[in-house]
Design a protein around this ligand. Structure first.
Ligand code: FUL
Length: 696
């Protein structure tokens, strides 16, 4: 009897031990693979979307970069209301605000005790104002985090370029990191060194970006004063976050959150990360809601439209990045209503697009599940929690997960997330749909990372399959979402070629274009566009894309063309390709470099005398070299005697290669000469996508 009982007892113990070890196998999570995010980076990544605010003396001078000698007395934002900024940001779904507390001109938005060039000498609040304090308070009230942009380049400081400046810079950083509560991110811009006021020296000061700032010690200071803060640095030693190589609002489709800690970082690495990088340095996509960073009244009609912002959303947050969207503040201290409308419109569009997750309560199955367990089953990818995940056995790097809708379901978006605390793993994947019993491929992509969103034309299917076709180690998928986003029509593009032919191109095939030859609001009752049409002389066109099936229409596109360029000729050049700069197409470009040393001249014959009052220059949109940083503009009636009518710099043209428009006192001329005095990188190369004039 006793023996019998012991047998049962032993069996029980054995069963117990067995289930513990089984449970252990089930519970054993994959080991991290490669670099992983720090807690700070993780917290930052989860913020996803936050604001930039550009505000400084530039706001009052209509400049992009101040020289450093602008009068502090200009700073007087009579209606400044940081609570308005914070309210808009919160309502727009943003989680924080990064303020340009000091831009390149050196003017400080807080009363720094280390310089006189600050709000303390401005008329605003009789010198008792502190924008950083007001914003810190507003952020706290609206549940937002605060970040600071402190420009390393300071065109006002007499010490810039000397070792003393580094002490000054760190003193300012210390003020900012100790007096205003928690700071979530510090932003160190890469524009460094060049001409400036420098306390009256009025000279050019170059610095060695690799050594001058001694970043490592500055980083130590930041970590000591604000241990939870992330550091963004474009110009110096690798920090916590990276720039994506463009201010256009997109990161590469392939986007690894990795880079190497040491060595040169080429453009490609910024844009795509580095598959085998040794450090976790994720991408932050910074872009402005208007073409420029600071407020310029002439851009009030150029605020990005909701479809454009939505595109930015998909190309940043939807590609494993965060989105840092800029609001330029007006001279009165407020965000312009057009910018507010656009940001809130984006928030609404995002909400609508991702309103219903079609995977809710559906069944998921997988070709492989780690340890046969419940812990890492495919259902963990659709359980609405980012902390659980589907994982396969360690040696399985190709696997599929199927979600069965149970009935035909229409969708056009696929969202997928990796559990990045264990590293970024997936290198390639496809998405398939089961339509009438056959699997068809909807999309093929590379990296996933924290979040990837794929778009495709709406499809009706009974099941969806995610195929991981390449992964560094076993895939670890924390979330999948499937949505049917309402279509948003993008505004069409309008171009005019050299012979005057106008082409209007819709962004999608289903829509019809209507236009007016004026600045009004086209509707579906306006003239229907049926193909390219000829035009002469000055012309203004407004167009919309309209979808007959839904009655929806796009935002309006507007283009203004000046005199016809039909009889224009490029003087003294045999290269046929040079005509690309007059073809009206912003994506074609031509460069002149030869062995010529700067300056490089471009001479155009307008075919007849015109009353000129300005010119426009668009740098090559597809090339990081060739943009003209410093220019002179001459006019002539006979191609012999030239008169200099304008000169200056195109600031920030390298990072933000927009149309550059300059005006001058009206003058009659037949010939124009655009002289490239300096190229952005100091090369002997001048690149042009388009050159145009403005006439009286
Ligand atoms: C650039 C700066 O030079 C611009 O003025 C702006 O602040 C942008 C965010 O970064 O590199």
């Amino acid at each position: 009897m006793i023996i019998h009982m012991m047998k049962y007892w032993l069996c029980g113990v054995a069963f117990f031990l067995c289930s513990i070890s089984n449970n252990y196998a089930q519970k054993k999570a994959p080991d991290p693979y490669g670099p992983v995010p720090t807690e700070n980076q993780m917290r930052w990544q989860e913020m996803k979307y936050y604001a930039f605010v550009h505000f400084s003396l530039n706001t009052y001078t209509d400049q992009s970069w101040g020289f450093g000698n602008e009068d502090v007395k200009l700073f007087n934002p009579l209606k400044l209301d940081c609570r308005q900024w914070a309210r808009i940001c919160r309502d727009a779904g943003m989680k924080g605000i990064i303020l340009t507390v000091k831009h390149h001109c050196g003017f400080c938005l807080w009363p720094s005790k280390y310089t006189e060039y600050s709000v303390k000498n401005a008329p605003w609040k009789n010198g008792h104002g502190d924008v950083v304090r007001e914003l810190a308070d507003a952020c706290r009230e609206y549940g937002l985090k605060l970040g600071i942009y402190l420009s390393p380049w300071d065109r006002n400081s007499p010490d810039y370029g000397k070792p003393e400046y580094i002490t000054y810079f760190r003193n300012q950083l210390t003020e900012l990191l100790t007096n205003y509560g928690p700071i979530f991110e510090v932003w160190f811009d890469g524009a460094n060194g060049g001409s400036g006021y420098y306390g009256g020296a009025n000279e050019t000061r170059t610095i060695d970006r690799t050594t001058y700032y001694d970043w490592q010690n500055t980083y130590k200071l930041i970590r000591r004063l604000q241990p939870d803060c992330v550091i963004w640095n474009d110009g110096g030693d690798r920090a916590d976050l990276r720039w994506v190589g463009t201010e256009g609002g997109l990161v590469g489709e392939t986007n690894w959150s990795l880079l190497n800690a040491k060595g040169e970082v080429e453009w490609n690495m910024l844009h795509h990360g580095l598959e085998n990088g040794d450090s976790w340095v994720p991408a932050e996509v910074n872009t402005s809601i208007r073409p420029e960073w600071f407020y310029h009244p002439h851009e009030d009609g150029q605020v990005k439209t909701v479809p454009q912002l939505m595109e930015t959303y998909y190309n940043s947050i939807g590609r494993n990045g965060t989105l840092l969207l800029n609001f330029p503040i007006m001279p009165n201290g407020l965000i312009h209503p057009n910018d507010e409308k656009a940001a809130l419109g984006l928030a609404r569009a995002v909400k609508e697009a991702f309103a219903v997750n079609l995977v809710a309560n559906k069944k998921a199955s997988a070709t492989n599940v780690r340890g046969n367990a419940n812990e890492f089953g495919p259902d963990k990818s659709i359980d609405n929690s980012n902390d659980t995940y589907w994982a396969t056995d360690d040696d399985v790097t190709n696997a599929s997960l199927t979600i069965d809708f149970g009935k035909p379901t229409t969708f056009n978006r696929f969202l997928v997330q990796e559990y990045i605390r264990l590293g970024q793993r997936v290198k390639a994947f496809t998405v398939e749909a089961l339509v009438d019993g056959h699997w068809m491929q909807l999309a093929k992509a590379t990296t996933i990372g924290y979040k990837r969103i794929l778009r495709f034309p709406a499809i009706k299917a009974t099941a969806v399959r995610l195929n991981i076709t390449g992964s560094k180690s076993c895939p670890v998928i924390s979330n999948i979402g499937i949505y049917n986003a309402p279509q948003i029509l993008a505004a069409p593009s309008i171009t005019r070629n050299q012979s005057g032919e106008v082409t209007i191109t819709p962004a999608d095939m289903e829509s019809v274009i209507y236009y007016t030859l004026a600045s009004g609001q086209p509707t579906s009752k306006s003239k229907k566009y049926t193909g390219p049409f000829p035009s002469e002389g000055k012309l203004e066109i407004s167009a919309i894309a309209y979808e007959p099936a839904t009655g929806k229409s796009s935002p309006v596109s507007r283009e203004k063309f000046d005199i016809s360029r039909k009889n224009w000729r490029i003087v003294g050049l045999a290269d046929e390709k040079a005509n690309l700069i007059l073809d009206g197409n912003p994506s074609t470009a031509w460069h002149q470099s030869k062995n010529e040393k700067m300056p490089i001249d471009l001479v155009l014959d307008l075919g007849g005398e015109q009353k000129l009052c300005g010119f426009k220059y668009l740098p090559d949109q597809g090339n990081t070299t060739g943009a003209i940083a410093k220019y002179q503009f001459f006019v002539s009636t006979d191609n012999t005697e030239w008169k200099l009518v304008d000169e200056g710099e195109f600031p920030n043209i390298k990072n933000n290669p927009l149309w550059q428009t300059r005006s001058f006192t009206p003058i009659n001329a037949r010939y124009i000469k655009l002289r490239a005095v300096r190229e952005v990188n100091g090369n002997n190369d001048a690149g042009y996508a388009e050159v145009d004039v403005i006439t009286k």
